[in-house]
Design a protein around this ligand. Structure first.
Ligand SMILES: [Zn+2]
Length: 85
């Protein structure tokens, strides 16, 4: 089960949140670096084995949505880090 790795978010996907998607950090080192810079290491749970970011941290236009698949665009970078209380 993947859980969002952003501190203060920690959203996990449940069946009744069909619009929510959780994305693993890209393997591409260049994009990965952009993500980490955008997020800031202090906002990522330190014990995370893999970093997952939920769709709440992306703008709608970062996604390619088809009928049943939501894919993140290759150049999408997360940027919304308002803490959820
Ligand atoms: Zn999140």
């Amino acid at each position: 089960m993947s859980v969002c790795s952003i501190i203060g978010c920690g959203i996990r996907k449940t069946p009744n949140q069909s619009s929510l998607t959780i994305h693993r950090i890209p393997r591409n080192e260049c994009i990965k670096k952009k993500w980490l810079e955008a997020i800031g290491m202090e906002n990522i749970k330190p014990n995370a084995k893999y970093i997952y970011i939920c769709s709440l941290h992306f703008d709608d236009k970062c996604f390619n949505k088809t009928l049943d698949v939501t894919r993140l665009r290759d150049d999408a970078v997360p940027f919304k880090f308002v803490r959820v209380s």
